[in-house]
Ligand binder design. Structure first.
Ligand code: SF4
Ligand code: SF4
Length: 491
């Protein structure tokens, strides 16, 4: 712990550090009933979420040049991003892209905190914009949900809970299918769905397991994914600093909190309401703009109080900003008591500082890695051959005194056109005899087969002879690859 943080164990204001809002003192789950959010930022999130949901559901099914927008086929080690195919040979490009992405996430988080979680993360979008909204639609807002949960199993409860569970499971089943389409591709998924089920037991088992996992996550596990499981969330404490812009309570403006409530409010001329609970206020004290109404806490999907400062559990969903702005309008105070700001910005009352030395450093690293990734991408071969000596086989001695070895080949076409290809032996002199036919490779496709190589004993070295192949397209050398030719100790 930072020794500069002086925490008194008996300090009620610091008590939040010792507990997790979703766990009771007995160690049980504290089920959250966040109030239905509303407001300017929530509306903006809704629009963005529905655009992203549309993309998420459509991406594996829409094809560009015959390839899906996104395919992450781990089983066949084939990855497609926006119609561009990456084979295992391109792994270094993929790795450079992943490193660039990680550095970008670090940079983005250092500047904007956990903004990604609240606005773009599929978990938040599915939970808050799909499942939670269905829950509000069926069971109502917080008080209705609490009442329903406490009530005995009467007709209303049975109907509502059955309807909710049915819709939740149906959505989970749909998400499981789409999730599988990202891994095995839309065509393979379609086969599983339409063929005889007995032929696709593993695929159907995967869909069933994923359906139950998604159902469990969205119906029960919920915010625990963000606060307990998500590694990105756990990284917040090392990625953000006092200059990071995040959802922040303006303590310099809000404190001391004035305890005001609904029973003491007055209508102002402009229609807004002002709370006047003077008997609970100490006349000797000067009060800030926070009226301690707890609306920011009631809407929070992770159950925290943003007034305690930036916390690991905060997914930057901005629901508390909307809730507090609404209160500020009602009480005739300026909006933005809870807003996007940095700790230093709030403390010193200055503009948020974007370009700190740390951010400049991260930006330079990102620029280097991203340039490397772009270079690899632009200069990658149009086609590539992977040639390996056939495993488990030794050499054959030929009647003319020469020797032969068997090889397996795979030829990958990374372009959008059909490429006529040919494999030739470059070094040393010798012959290739294809077992089968190699004429051309289709766009973003691969072909594989076998061939034999014949070498004259005079061109061979003892035991192992380095050998080089060339892949030719339209008579032009486009890629070379090396292997070994094995022979006797004294050829
Ligand atoms: S504190 Fe505010 S921004 Fe953070 S999760 Fe809760 S409601 Fe969302
Ligand atoms: S909603 Fe605003 S005024 Fe109400 S408790 Fe939260 S910060 Fe204070």
């Amino acid at each position: 712990m930072d020794p500069s943080i002086n925490i008194d164990p008996g300090d009620a204001e610091q008590a939040y550090r010792d507990k997790v809002s979703t766990i009771t003192s007995e160690g049980k789950r504290n089920w959250l009933y966040p109030r239905k959010p509303s407001g300017r930022l929530y509306n903006a999130r809704k629009i963005l979420s529905y655009v992203l949901l549309g993309f998420l559901f459509a991406a594996p099914f829409i094809k560009i040049n015959g390839q899906p927008i996104i395919l992450l086929n781990i089983l066949e080690r084939k990855f497609v991003l926006f119609g561009m195919v990456f084979w295992p040979q391109d792994f270094f490009i993929f790795a450079a892209g992943m490193i660039a992405l990680i550095v970008f996430i670090v940079l983005f988080t250092a500047v904007f905190g956990r903004l990604f979680c609240g606005w773009v993360c599929p978990q938040t979008i599915f939970m808050e914009m799909l499942f939670r909204r269905i829950e509000y639609w069926i069971e109502g807002d917080t008080p209705d949900q609490k009442r329903l949960d406490r009530s005995p199993w009467n007709r209303e409860k049975i109907v509502k809970k059955t309807l909710k569970t049915g819709i939740f499971f149906g959505l989970s089943f749909l998400i499981a299918n789409v999730f599988l389409a990202y891994i095995i591709g839309a065509d393979a998924l379609w086969q599983i769905v339409t063929d005889d089920p007995r032929e696709h037991i593993p695929g159907l088992a995967a869909i069933t397991i994923f359906s139950f996992v998604f159902f469990g996550v969205f119906a029960r596990f919920r915010e625990q994914v963000c606060t307990v499981v998500c590694p990105y969330g756990r990284l917040q404490s090392v990625l953000v600093d006092d200059n990071s812009i995040a959802v922040t309570y303006d303590f310099s403006r809000g404190e001391d909190r004035a305890l005001l409530n609904k029973r003491n409010r007055e209508k102002l001329d402009d229609g807004s309401t002002f709370f006047t609970n003077t008997d609970k206020l100490d006349p000797a004290k000067s009060y800030g703009d926070c009226i301690d109404c707890y609306q920011c806490v009631k809407v929070c999907p992770t159950g925290i109080d943003i007034r305690d400062g930036i916390q690991l559990e905060c997914v930057n969903c901005t629901a508390c900003i909307d809730a507090c702005d609404e209160i500020m309008v009602k009480t005739g105070r300026p909006k933005g008591l809870v807003r996007y700001a940095s700790y230093n910005g709030v403390k010193e009352g200055v503009q948020n500082k974007l370009f700190t030395p740390r951010i400049v450093g991260y930006s330079v690293i990102f620029a280097i890695v991203f340039s490397l990734f772009t270079y690899f991408l632009v200069t990658r071969h149009q086609a590539e051959a992977l040639i390996l000596r056939e495993p488990g086989r030794t050499f054959n001695e030929l009647p003319d005194g020469g020797y032969s070895n068997f090889y397996n080949y795979k030829v990958f076409n990374k372009t959008l056109q059909d490429i006529p290809v040919e494999i030739r032996l470059l070094e040393p002199a010798g012959d290739i005899h294809l077992l089968g036919e190699l004429v051309s490779v289709g766009p973003h496709d691969r072909t594989e087969g076998r061939f034999m190589v014949f070498l004259n004993r005079n061109d061979m070295e003892p035991n192992r002879t380095p050998i080089e192949f060339g892949l030719f397209a339209n008579g032009e050398l486009i890629h070379t690859t090396r292997s070994m030719f094995i022979g006797p100790q004294n050829p």
